[in-house]
Structure formats: structure tokens, C-alpha cells
Write a protein that binds this ligand. Structure first.
Ligand code: CP
Length: 325
């Protein structure tokens, strides 16, 4: 048996200390690192700090917002980008994800941005390829850390929390929470920044066991809205449920019970903000006018702001993971 000392490992990724800086999740990472990324996102400007660095996107699941914003973010910092996504990689010929990522590393890629259907894929790549930074762009039901970082930036700006202290704010997360990586990352980050979180939806989508994460769980939209400063609606992820076993019994009933309808937006009023990570099922979890913030006297919609902030946030994440200075 070897008696060689084992290298120290970072808390969430299990990657040897001194290896590339990854972002696999929010849970388990020091909150101060996350605070620094959001602070940086607030002030970051296009520059040449990543000139000569290679950033690859490796997406095994569809994306509009995350992939595009990572590409824009990398280009804003003068990195070279490569896209290797579903349909174009040799994973379709039977190559393992590790071999595909290892091929990118052998070609000198500095950072790979990974989206996967299965939870744990970005962490697995990070453990096998410690020389390349791995950034999680959403894995299964596990985490979507850059979405949560952008959401925290959006909330801090909306409520003028320059210091990123969200104490006193109550965030209601509504919808398909059991299946949601966005919810998992947001719960960890928002609580770390001092906000209180309540999760709401039907019991089939929102388990009471979520309370172990320190959140309140309610199965009523009225209770979720009561005292909320932020109402974050989530998409019903039909693709994650087996055919024939619907996530909800009836779209109409779901909208009536848990949707952000025009009436609910009006009831919340303009001091409350409505968010949604997208893509939205308009007319199901959120009505079109409520999504677009078009209800007179209704809640403010920050959905487009979340998208815009996604670019700045991903610039800050790339800087955090790759910048030497
Ligand atoms: N919010 C989000 O992850 O959107 P995309 O699936 O379009 O990247």
C-alpha cells in the first residue's frame, strides 16, 4: 500500500488543491468566493484579460441563454471560443465524456463549460482532468451555479443592496422544485447571502424533505406570496418525467393553483419582483403579460434583466476561474 501523502482537496469538487479553479456548484463553496464573483460582475468591463486563452462549450443538453452568454462573456474578455455540443461530438460514436473532455484538454483548452442531462458530469470531468478549469452550466437536477449568481446580482440591484447583504428579503421559489438545479443553486446562494427562502408548488413537485435545506415549504400560492419580495417562477420540466407519468395532472389546474397569473401579479404590486430563469412555458407557470411586466400596478418583471446580467456574471466567473492576475 502506498504511503504517499494524499493531496488536499477542495470542498465541493474533490479536485486536488493547486489544480485549475472550477465552479461545480454553490453548495460547499465558500460564500465569500461567490460574493466576490457577484461583486466583480457588477463592475466588469470588456477587456483583453483572457487573450490567448481557450474556452470550450460542451453542451449535451439544449440551451439558449447559458451557452450564448458564456460565448459572449468569453469573447468580451478576448478568449478564443470553441463549441462542441450535442450532435457534433464523438460521444455520439461511443466515446466517453471523460475522453471527449480529455481530448479538449490535450488540445490546450483552458476552460470547459459543461451542460449535461446527468447530475455529476461536470464534477466527474473536473476530478479526471485537474489541469483544465471546469464550469458547470447546469447538470441534471444537481446545480446551475452561474444562473444563481446572475439571479443574486439581479436581486441585489433591484433592491439596491450594494453590499450584497440580502437579509430581510424573502424569496418565494414556485414550481417544479424537486427537479430544479436552478432552485438548488439559488437556495444555497440566497440563504448564504442572508435571504429567507420559501418553496411552493404541488406536493408532487415540492417535497417536504426540501426543509432539510433550511427553506420553508408550502403547498399554496397564497402562502408563498405572503410577505415575498421576490417571486421566482420555475418551468415545469416535462422532459425530465417519464412519458405517461405527467408532472402535473392538468395544465389548467396547475396555472390556476400555482401560475403567476395577471391577477396574482396585480395583487403582488410594483414593490415585488417576478423572476424566471427561462425558458418559460407562457400560459402555464406564468401568463404572458405578467412575464413581460405589462400589468398596470402589477409586479415588476426582471426576466430580461436576468438574461442581460447572465453575460456579466459569466464574464466574472471566467475571470475567477482563469485569470492569473
Ligand atoms: N436558464 C437557462 O439555463 O436557460 P437555457 O437552458 O436557455 O440555457
Amino acid at each position: 500500500m502506498s504511503t504517499a501523502p494524499r493531496p488536499a482537496r477542495s470542498p465541493s469538487s474533490g479536485v486536488p488543491a493547486g489544480a485549475a479553479r472550477n465552479l461545480i456548484g454553490i453548495a460547499g463553496e465558500p460564500i465569500e468566493r461567490m460574493r466576490n464573483i457577484v461583486r466583480e460582475a457588477r463592475r466588469i468591463e470588456p477587456s483583453q484579460i483572457l487573450q490567448g486563452r481557450l474556452v470550450a462549450t460542451l453542451f449535451f443538453e439544449d440551451s439558449t441563454r447559458t451557452k450564448t452568454s458564456f460565448v459572449l462573456a468569453a469573447r468580451n474578455l478576448s478568449a478564443t471560443t470553441i463549441d462542441l455540443s450535442t450532435g457534433s461530438s464523438s460521444v455520439n460514436k461511443g466515446e466517453t465524456v471523460i475522453d471527449t473532455a480529455g481530448t479538449l484538454a490535450a488540445m490546450g483548452v483552458d476552460a470547459v463549460v459543461v451542460r449535461a442531462k446527468q447530475s455529476g458530469v461536470p464534477g466527474l470531468i473536473a476530478r479526471h482532468l485537474p489541469g483544465m478549469a471546469v464550469i458547470n452550466a447546469g447538470d441534471g437536477r444537481h446545480e446551475h451555479p452561474t444562473q444563481a449568481l446572475g439571479d443574486a446580482l439581479t436581486i441585489a440591484e433591484a433592491f439596491d443592496r450594494q453590499d450584497l447583504d440580502l437579509a430581510g428579503l424573502r424569496v418565494a421559489i414556485v414550481g417544479d422544485i424537486n427537479a430544479s438545479r436552478v432552485a438548488r443553486s439559488n437556495i444555497a446562494l440566497l440563504q448564504g447571502l442572508g435571504a429567507s427562502v420559501v418553496c411552493a408548488g404541488p406536493p408532487t413537485l415540492v417535497s417536504g424533505s426540501l426543509r432539510s435545506l433550511g427553506v420553508d415549504v408550502v403547498w399554496s400560492m397564497d402562502e408563498a406570496m405572503d410577505g415575498a419580495n421576490v417571486v421566482m417562477m420555475l418551468r415545469i420540466q416535462f422532459e425530465r418525467y417519464a412519458a405517461g407519468r405527467g408532472a402535473i395532472s392538468s395544465p389548467r389546474e396547475y396555472r390556476d393553483m400555482f401560475g403567476m397569473t395577471d391577477e396574482r401579479s396585480r395583487r403582488l404590486g410594483p414593490d415585488v419582483v417576478v423572476m424566471h430563469p427561462g425558458p418559460t412555458n407562457r400560459g402555464l407557470e406564468i401568463d404572458p403579460a405578467a412575464a413581460d411586466g405589462l400589468i398596470p400596478g402589477g409586479a415588476r418583471s426582471l426576466i430580461r434583466t436576468q438574461v442581460a446580467n447572465g453575460v456579466r456574471t459569466r464574464m466574472a466567473v471566467l475571470r475567477d476561474c482563469l485569470s492569473r492576475g
